[in-house]
Design a protein around this ligand. Structure first.
Ligand code: FAD
Length: 360
């Protein structure tokens, strides 16, 4: 994955072979799938959960089937999410559950809802049906006292996701933060949105659940803005994203009495900055309201060291049938392939460590 050309060629051929129904499942399962996923079912993730637990790292089971949009897949996803909530309730090493709205809503409806004209009458029934599923999921999380992340997605549907999530938060976060919204700090408007959300939660006396990330859909966002000729909602340069991420993190820390937050990042500087600020303010490492999270297969150096130092750490552990988690795996492959990507950084760290041991 350190080689850009190989990732491009590899993803092209995997897509082609899957389309042609070539028997490559075994090959995928023993390579890229094994690196980034826990298994095809919750049961198959058992070993990963236990292994992470040995390093004092929690697991966040992430049913990562994407791109299927029919009633059958919505029902399957709903049942799977309910199972992960139940599993988190039973297992101390699973501190959160997570899901994506597009797993239970048609993306088209989420998009239509946030347009100026709003939802058409003929789509209201289908939207309400998905909203009932959402309510059922949040209700179970609330009943079982399991904290629930709602992932952030593309900007053209995120407005609807925010609206729905705040509605759930106002309802279920009265005593503590159960429902968490995700804030993508690569968006120019997101730092203000976050500050506003903190103010509203204070004013309306509920707890704000925050997952802070930089954002995973950079290329897709830019391409769409270019094709449809509107101005990009994202920062132009990475350092602006970094600045807003760190500032957002500090804003959450400053409101820790009513904000429960998790930084989902592989960025060493952001993680270090948060630990330093916590030390300055004499906040205990394992404060209930502060979590660090990384993705399985990435940045173990950060996860294991933070956990060993007593901070709350968890890993997203994606799972699902091999063919259905491919969009997730392609995103990881692309994210890790660039020159500044995570794999290069980790590869260099590993090489240095090998050298150090040889010379020791
Ligand atoms: C636990 C966890 C949960 C996550 N949940 C979500 C989620 O719900 N929704 C979601 O969208 N993503 C999610 N992500 C992915 C996340 O948004 C990032 O894509 C990924 O973590 C890489 O960013 P980083 O903070 O680790 O670090 P870095 O490697 O330091 O930053 C890379 C990121 O910086 C930003 N960036 C890069 N170049 C530029 C540029 N030129 N201009 C502006 N910004 C730039 C992009 O967001 C890019 O992903 C999650 C990640 C984790 C670890």
């Amino acid at each position: 994955m350190n080689q850009n050309w190989l990732v491009k060629l590899g993803t092209f051929f995997i897509k082609l072979f899957l389309f042609l129904h070539f028997p490559i499942k075994k090959l995928i399962k023993s390579t890229i799938f094994e690196q980034f996923c826990g298994g095809e079912t919750i049961q198959e993730c058992k070993q990963t959960i236990e292994q992470l637990q040995l390093g004092k790292i929690g697991t966040i089971l992430d049913y990562s089937v994407e791109g299927e949009e029919n009633e059958k897949s919505f029902q399957t996803t709903k049942h799977e999410i309910l199972k992960t909530i139940q599993k988190a309730h039973e297992n101390q090493s699973i501190p959160f559950a997570v899901f994506k709205m597009t797993g239970i809503f048609q993306a088209e409806l989420l998009e239509e809802f946030q347009t100026e004209s709003g939802l058409s009458e003929e789509n209201e029934g289908a939207f309400q049906h998905s909203k009932d599923i959402l309510l059922e999921i949040c209700q179970l999380a609330h009943e079982l006292n399991v904290r629930l992340f709602i992932d952030a997605e593309e900007s053209w549907i995120q407005g609807t996701i925010d609206t729905l999530t705040y509605e759930m938060m106002a309802r279920f976060n009265q005593k503590e933060a159960i429902i968490f919204n995700t804030f993508q700090m690569y968006r120019m408007d997101m730092l203000d949105n976050l500050k506003q959300a903190i103010a509203v939660a204070k004013e309306q006396h509920y707890f704000l659940g925050v997952k802070l990330v930089r954002g995973a859909y950079l290329e897709k966002e830019r391409q769409r803005a270019h094709e449809e000729e509107y101005s990009e909602p994202l920062h132009k340069i990475k350092s602006d994203t970094d600045r807003d991420f760190n500032e957002g993190m500090l804003a959450c820390l400053a409101a820790i009495e009513c904000v429960n937050f998790c930084i989902g990042t592989h960025n060493e500087y952001s993680c270090r900055l948060l630990t330093e600020e916590m030390a300055k303010q004499q906040i205990p490492h394992n404060h209930h309201n502060i979590y660090f999270a990384q993705l399985l297969g990435m940045s173990d150096n950060i996860s294991y060291n933070l956990a060993a130092a007593g901070y709350n750490v968890a890993k997203y552990v994606p799972y699902g049938p091999v063919e259905s988690v491919m969009p997730y795996l392609f995103r990881r492959a692309e994210e890790n392939s660039s020159i500044a990507g995570q794999t290069s950084r980790e590869y260099t760290l590993l090489l240095n460590e090998v050298k150090r041991r040889k010379n020791a």
